[in-house]
Design a protein around this ligand. Structure first.
Ligand code: 13P
Length: 261
């Protein structure tokens, strides 16, 4: 981490934990953060939709220093969209962040680049922070096409974004081949891609956006990744489901930021 941007760690709980389990994990994190506060790191958890109200309730009542995010939202404001959830519904629950374009949405639920761009604008125009997820498949990396692929995803989602919305954007680089596979990208691969993403963001007048890495981040690899690869934090799947490992990742970012200031 060579920039002085405030680190950000987001736990994407994916389709795990019912509302009772979600409350339990939230409470565990609350106790741990009280005992050992993260002084510099912004923390977000993104539970499944049906858990959000329970998690925001305990975050608010127990004053846990973390925000609650959503994993997805409809690009539409309201109407006949069976099974979807709108941004105004999420705002009502005090959701402050939304992941947009996660590779699992893109590949399993046919979320196209156009829908990603429209969803990003729907979230931003409502004043909610957006985490734009980008990442290449293994076949793309094997042909060394990752830089062009990621540029295209960034351009298609962010080009022409109203300047008022720029401060709401974070980018998460999650190579598909590293998600849930235990195959973490090397610090070198993450570092190279982070620099590439920053150069594209600069051209898009988005230099202030934080750039996160996601893909098999855990308590063991977080500190070397954050220290050596120029990322501003992490988007964590599996390791965010356990309070211990999620806290270790948060502390790695916190300590690294402290050391580099
Ligand atoms: P894992 O950390 O389980 O690999 O998941 C990464 C991810 O997809 C977070 O959004």
């Amino acid at each position: 981490m060579t920039t002085a941007k405030k680190p950000l760690v987001i736990g994407n709980w994916k389709m795990n934990l019912d509302y009772v389990e979600a409350v339990h994990l939230g409470q565990q994190l609350g106790v741990m953060l009280k005992n050992k506060p993260a002084e510099h790191t912004d923390i977000v958890v993104a539970p499944p939709f049906v858990d959000i109200r329970s998690v925001t309730s305990i975050v608010e009542s127990e004053r846990i220093p973390m925000d609650v995010g959503a994993q997805h939202v409809s690009a539409h404001d309201n109407g006949a969209h069976t099974g979807e959830v709108s941004i105004s519904m999420l705002k009502r629950l005090n959701v402050q962040w939304v992941l947009v374009g996660h590779s699992e949405r893109r590949s399993m639920y046919a979320m196209t680049d156009e829908v990603v761009a429209a969803t990003l604008r729907t979230v931003a125009k409502n004043g909610v922070k957006v985490v734009l997820c980008v990442g290449e498949a293994l076949s793309v990396r094997e042909e060394d096409g990752q830089n062009e692929f990621i540029s295209a995803q960034l351009h298609s989602a962010l080009e022409g974004l109203d300047e008022n919305y720029r401060e709401l954007v974070t980018v998460a680089y999650e190579p598909i081949w590293a998600i849930g596979t235990g195959l973490t990208a090397s610090t070198e691969q993450v570092g190279e891609m982070t620099s590439h993403i920053r150069s594209v963001l600069f051209k898009l007048s988005l230099s202030e956006a934080r750039v996160l890495y996601g893909g098999s981040v855990n308590g063991d690899n977080a500190s070397s990744l954050v220290a050596e690869s120029n990322v501003d934090g992490f988007l964590v799947g599996g390791a965010s489901l356990k309070a211990d490992s999620f806290m270790t990742i948060i502390q790695s970012c916190d300590e690294c930021y402290d050391g580099k200031r």
